[in-house]
Design a protein around this ligand. Sequence first.
Ligand SMILES: [Zn+2]
Length: 275
Amino acid sequence: MSLGSYNVTGEVIYVETPQNKNSYIISGSYPDRYLATKDVLINKVDPVINFATYDNWTTTSDYTHINQPDSVVDMIVMIWRGLVFANWWSGEASLGYGNLYNVENGTIKIKAGYGNNAGSGVTIHYWEERPLEYTSHSTVHEIGHWLLGSAHPYGGPNDHGFWGIMRHSNDGICANTQERERLGWITPTLITSDVLNVTISDYITTGAAFKFHPSNGYTNEYFYFENHQKLSVFDYATRNDNDKGIFVLHQQDIYNGSNNIRCKTSKWSMELDIK
Ligand SMILES: [Zn+2]
């Protein structure tokens, strides 16, 4: 998806909780998740993982990272399995909130919040009623909050079908042009005049995309064009594998917490009245 720009290193481990699962359910809300995760990380994970290996980055501000340790673990993806804290809850971009705690004999900290210098990871909630695919989307989404911010820009009262890292886990989670461009993963081709007989190669595998600003539109209004040929398992813009073709996104204004993006695909009758 990042075409080699974003590389993740890490280990995957599986541990059993120190206590019976019923002892972790107290209120069904934040304190439970925080305390349960803390118990597992300190008593089960710390003895087998060297957390110092995963303290490599210091954040100074949004989109600014220095390759320098700060005695805080960079990123833990905590996936709970089989323990239902609350059945409406899919995950969160924190380790449950609450105070920081120490691992590695007090030399490394784990922070439980979200935001610059406030957190060390995300929490995902999985049990048998949730498909694995849904859980994998939740994982992408929660990590995505650390890449793109806390907002859910595509939700709201006029919820539109859409795909993107910041969409809901039931929807297509593949990163859209706006997100990939924001992260510096791709550079869409800007259309500034009439173009005819253009070839657009596959969006996911090549990063090709077009971007168009209507001259009579809003200042930050754009149309994005992506060719989804479903060549990659990450091409999950829609659930139907046969949905191949040009997908069009309409961004009405800047990317923020508002519901300002709409989309159409070439599968539907596409009427773009833009000049
Ligand atoms: Zn979210």
